[in-house]
Design a binder for this molecule. Sequence first.
Ligand SMILES: [Zn+2]
Length: 497
Amino acid sequence: MLDLVIKGATVIDGSGTEGVVLDVGIEGDRIVAIAPSIEAESAETFNASGLVLSPGFIDVHSHDDFHVLIEPEVRHNILQGITTAIVGNCGFGAAGSDAGKVQMKAINEPTAELPDWDGYAEYLEEVDKASPILNVAALIGHHTARRQAMGGVENRPPTDTELAEMLASVEEGMEAGAVGMSTGLVYEPGRYASTEEVVALANVVGKHGGLYVSHMRDEAVGLLDSVKETLHIGEASGCAVEVSHHKAVGRTNWGKVAQSLEMIEDAVAQGHDVTADQYPYTARSTMLFALVQNGTFSAGEGGAMGKSEPSEVLLCSVPGFGDFEGRSLQSFVEEFDLPGEEAANKLLSDYSNEILVAAFGMDEGDVRMVMAHSSTMIGTDGLDRGSKPHPRAWGTYPRVLGKYVREEGVISLENAIYKMTGMPAAKFGIANRGLIKEGNFADLVLFDPETVIDGATYENSRVAPVGIPHVIVNGQFAVRDGQHAGSRSGRALRRGI
Ligand SMILES: [Zn+2]
């Protein structure tokens, strides 16, 4: 007997092909039948006519490494249909936990109850113990490995002993089932690493068939040089490459994505596996400290993170000073009577050095061009911290489906689903997921293509979307009628398993 039959939904299977009205039967955690009509006996029959049934969304750009352990219901993820989160992006990795907790402090605050773990094998065991609502796969984070081996943030090359320790931690992570390694070459301490250091570590990743994922060294004036460096690291190490949050930041750099996309196309034409991810917004979100350090508010064109005016910067999270959240940097420029960079520095030194901001700086035309490109998949880059997080943490997937598919026709519905499911599963080695196929795990989303839309805005960002009533993880309803259904059936996913 089947456990569940979903009847009459338009099944968009995640491969990019057109939707078909079908019944889908589930037994245990697997999809076991797909047919125009399933008559077999089932514990539950669920009428889903008028809705689209797609594979659960795979968020390739998650920063919820600790969140999945601390708040395993991960509301901002599950309510938008995410059934697998790939954590450890931009170089911020979970293991070892001593270095990880310091490294991650500003973006994903560790709590006192958070356990310790030595490496990725133990981190993934903790994920299984926490039994989160969604599946979790991990990238090894370069910052964390470097911080751990070198004893802090060091602006110098590693010694031979330190490099050996970093290599060993990458080896441990890959053996434990991490899907690859990420870097964040604008942030400390990754920004102090040479290309050669990254290649040395990526060699270990490549040997295990993992990915090299990068928040590149420069997404502004130096965007194209950074793409070149990233492609070189992939080629030299034999790793498939994922460019994180593909974009060109700062007005004077708008339009450069046409060339960066072309560079990816050329690499693909030469046989290299190169893709990218994107969140569908024109503001980035990051640490205020990092923007200052990268020259965002200095004179001239700005540095590696591009330029933003103080009026374009909104404070998302200011630990200890919640009433600052939602205010613009410009309001502090006026209050302190200081120029932008000095006002930012005063906030960091007098109030909190863990401030997260949303900073406008990208072009809407670029967002569309990147989204429409065959190399691009979707990821949230969500940082659900503070009272006014960047809305991408809550709205990425419904925003693509509502605004960019239905309202603007930038991509087709089938292509959007592919970029959220089949494409990331294939790229990140997430086995038996990402496609609605007999034998695959039953990670599924039911949504209404006529109404689906994000609810999160910059002013009011911790808001669930509309039109995503049901989410199933490993055969269990995680969300039913828009509410948590009580199950926590997610698992740690290990590469290829
Ligand atoms: Zn990043």
